[in-house]
Design a protein. Structure first.
Length: 220
C-alpha cells in the first residue's frame, strides 16, 4: 500500500508539473503574438530567454517519468499515463520552440511598419492557447469529450491560417517593394508556426483519448 501511495503521489506531482509547463507554453504563445502586434522587441527577447525554462521542465519531467517506469514497472493504465505524459511534454516543448521562432521573427521585422493590419494571426494565437488549455484540462480530468472538442477546434484555426496565407501571398507574388515581400514571408511563417502549434495540441488530445480508452486515434 505504501508503494502504491508513493506512486500515486508521484503521478500527481507529474500532472501538476505538466500543467505548469503548459501554462508557460501558453503564455509564450500569446506573448509572442502580442510582441508582434505591438512590435515590442523587449517582450520578444523575453520570450526567447524564457524558452530555456520550458526546455528544463521537459527534461526534468521526462527524467522522472522514465525513473518511475524503471523503478515501479507500472502496468496497463498506469503505464499509459506515463507514456502519454512523455508525449505531451514533447509536443509542448515543440510548441515552446515555435513561440521562440515567432519571437525571433518579431526581432527580424523590428520596428518596420507592418504591411497590413493583423487580423487572423492574433485570432490563431488565442485559439491555439485556448486549445492547449482545454487539452490539458482534458488530460487532468480524463475527459474524452473535451479532447474531441479540441481537435474539432483545430479546423477553425486551420481556416484562419488559410485566410492569412491567402492574404499574405498577395504581397509575395505582387508588385511590391522587396522589403514588403520579405515581411509577408515572415508573417506567413508566423501563421505557419501557429498552425503547427494547433497540430501539436491535437496530438495531446489524441493522447488523452488513448489514455482513457486505450485506443489510438488519428484526427487528421
Amino acid at each position: 500500500m505504501a508503494t502504491r501511495q508513493f506512486f500515486s503521489n508521484e503521478l500527481e506531482g507529474l500532472r501538476n508539473d505538466v500543467l505548469r509547463m503548459g501554462r508557460l507554453v501558453s503564455e509564450a504563445i500569446e506573448k509572442s503574438v502580442t510582441a508582434l502586434v505591438t512590435q515590442d522587441l523587449a517582450l520578444a527577447q523575453q520570450i526567447m530567454d524564457g524558452d530555456d525554462e520550458i526546455d528544463r521542465m521537459q527534461i526534468d519531467i521526462e527524467d522522472r517519468c522514465i525513473l518511475l517506469i524503471a523503478r515501479q514497472q507500472p502496468m496497463a493504465k498506469d503505464l499509459r499515463i506515463l507514456s502519454t505524459g512523455l508525449k505531451i511534454i514533447t509536443d509542448m516543448e515543440r510548441m515552446g520552440d515555435h513561440a521562440f521562432d515567432i519571437a525571433k521573427l518579431v526581432l527580424a521585422i523590428g520596428k518596420r511598419p507592418l504591411i497590413k493590419p493583423l487580423v487572423d494571426i492574433p485570432i490563431m494565437a488565442q485559439l491555439a492557447s485556448n486549445m492547449l488549455s482545454d487539452a490539458l484540462e482534458a488530460y487532468v480530468r480524463m475527459d474524452v469529450a473535451l479532447a474531441e472538442a479540441v481537435w474539432r477546434a483545430d479546423d477553425t484555426l486551420d481556416a484562419h491560417y488559410l485566410a492569412a496565407r491567402d492574404k499574405l501571398m498577395q504581397f509575395v507574388g505582387g508588385e511590391v517593394p522587396p522589403e514588403d515581400a520579405r515581411q509577408a514571408v515572415q508573417l506567413l511563417l508566423v501563421a505557419t508556426y501557429l498552425e503547427r502549434i494547433g497540430d501539436h495540441t491535437t496530438n495531446i488530445a489524441e493522447g488523452v483519448i488513448y489514455l482513457e480508452t486505450g485506443q489510438r486515434v488519428r484526427t487528421k
